[in-house]
Design a binder for this molecule. Structure first.
Ligand SMILES: Cc1cc2nc3c(=O)[nH]c(=O)nc-3n(C[C@H](O)[C@H](O)[C@H](O)COP(=O)(O)OP(=O)(O)OC[C@H]3O[C@@H](n4cnc5c(N)ncnc54)[C@H](O)[C@@H]3O)c2cc1C
Length: 405
């Protein structure tokens, strides 16, 4: 059995949610160990847009400046009807003077994780164990025991609490027998990272390309012309021949643009699912381990970040006996409610619009609503404020009152 300070908080998964929770706890003086199955940070194309409302939280973790330095800030959105060519563009400028950060951050998810890992190195009481896959979890009233496969050997690691941040296939969630309710979509998403100077060719920095065949999200990831182009195809098509089908999408959507370089791609199964509970005793679920959504509109990690900002703060307070552990039940209930009632339905609507707008009457109604935003400032502001509704404010004030009773 590995020796470990029994006060250590264990975190399964060195994805963004695991590592940012680790950083938050480490900054609060709590010993923390991250257990990661892989040998390095996962680099497949995933999140790259961080909505304006998540940026205060990055600032709270001391990551904002480094993230902006490595990525870039942008304000505009374009919706483009592929068949008619109509474009409707608007931007976060409308939030200037109302919110602290009236812009989104664009940054590869792996870069966000690397920045957090760099910061984590400043704390002697924080460590990451790579090549360490969680295989099972048990717990008592006073602690957790996590079975792992570490460099091929079985081991048992003990700690005080466990955060399951091991992604949608979470071994932590499965080991506890927690259901992952919802549905799996019958389409496959193909996320590609491509290099080209699309702005010079007239493309805006983020385009939602609406079409029932060539629907896609096209968005700039870095200032050196790395872009994300995510399209969708039938899940029954063979995954092995994605590369053979891919050029057709580029030829149709970017006609006449020669020399688009494929930097990487990854196929994804998509779900709308939530764990039936986000807390089981001393184990808390966060990020994709707790909820999984299709990525249209970038609400997946947005939800995971909002889990993180309230979770590390509440757990640190419980460990320091500044709050009753009831606050963690409220974490579980509130974050599940926000995902199920707000984030997941919105992501489903986004997917429907971008990839499945086959009914011309419904599509025209959607386009009319988008056009309407250009002349109705209140409606525009209401729409742009949406990512704020995914946030849970600090759970601590009422928890502190609870402990004084
Ligand atoms: C194409 C695409 C584009 C997206 N774009 C956006 C976007 O722009 N904005 C947005 O907000 N969201 C986006 N998302 C969603 C976002 O990528 C996820 O919500 C995010 O990755 C969740 O982070 P996480 O840390 O919870 O889980 P993950 O990123 O899945 O990390 C889980 C980690 O746990 C590790 N792990 C797994 N099993 C074990 C185990 N048994 N033991 C130990 N470690 C384990 C994995 O190796 C991994 O490192 C996108 C997703 C996709 C697929």
């Amino acid at each position: 059995m590995s020796k470990m300070n029994p006060e250590t908080v264990l975190i399964a998964g060195a994805g963004p949610v695991g590592v940012l929770n680790a950083l938050g706890l480490a900054r609060a003086g709590i010993p923390v160990t991250v257990l990661e199955r892989g040998g390095t940070v996962v680099r497949s194309p995933r999140a790259m847009v961080y909505h304006w409302s998540t940026l205060d939280g990055l600032e709270g973790l001391g990551m904002f400046d480094a993230a902006v330095q490595r990525g870039f800030l942008k304000q505009g959105y374009t919706y483009r009807n592929f068949k008619s060519g109509e474009k409707v563009s608007f931007g976060l400028q409308a939030l200037e003077g109302r919110v602290k950060h009236p812009y989104n951050l664009h940054l590869g998810q792996n870069d966000l994780v690397e920045i957090a890992l760099e910061k984590l190195k400043e704390f002697d009481h924080a460590q990451v164990l790579w090549n360490t896959a969680v295989t099972g979890v048990s717990q008592t009233k006073s602690g957790v025991a996590v079975s792992v496969l570490r460099d091929g050997s079985e081991d048992l690691i003990r700690g005080s609490w466990l955060i399951g941040a091991d992604g949608a296939g979470s071994a932590v969630r499965k080991s506890l027998g927690i259901d992952f309710d919802g549905l799996t979509w019958p389409e496959r998403f193909v996320a590609t990272n491509i290099r080209f100077d699309f702005e010079a060719a007239g493309w805006d920095q983020t385009t939602m390309l609406i079409d029932d065949r060539y629907g896609a999200i096209h968005s700039k990831i870095t200032t050196d012309n790395l872009w994300r182009y995510t399209y969708c195809e039938d899940e029954s098509l063979p995954v092995e021949s994605i590369l053979e089908r891919m050029p057709e999408y580029f030829e149709k959507v970017f006609p006449g643009l020669a020399g688009i370089e494929l930097d990487g791609y990854s196929p994804y199964k998509m779900h709308q699912r939530a764990a039936s509970g986000f807390r089981a005793g001393r184990v808390l679920l966060a990020g994709d381990a707790a909820h999984s959504t299709n990525p249209t509109g970038g609400l997946g990690l947005t939800s995971g970040l909002f889990d993180t900002y309230v979770l590390y703060e509440a757990l640190a307070a419980v460990i320091k006996r500044e709050a009753d552990d009831e606050v963690l039940d409220r974490y579980a209930a509130e974050r599940r409610r926000v995902f199920v009632d707000i984030a997941s339905p919105a992501a489903t609507r986004n997917k429907q619009l971008v990839y499945h707008s086959s009914d011309p009457v419904k599509l025209e109604a959607e386009m009319m609503q988008l056009r309407g935003l250009l002349s109705d400032r209140d409606a525009l502001i209401q729409r742009l404020m949406f990512p704020k509704t995914l946030e849970t404010p600090s759970l601590l004030e009422s928890a502190k009152k609870g402990i004084q009773r």
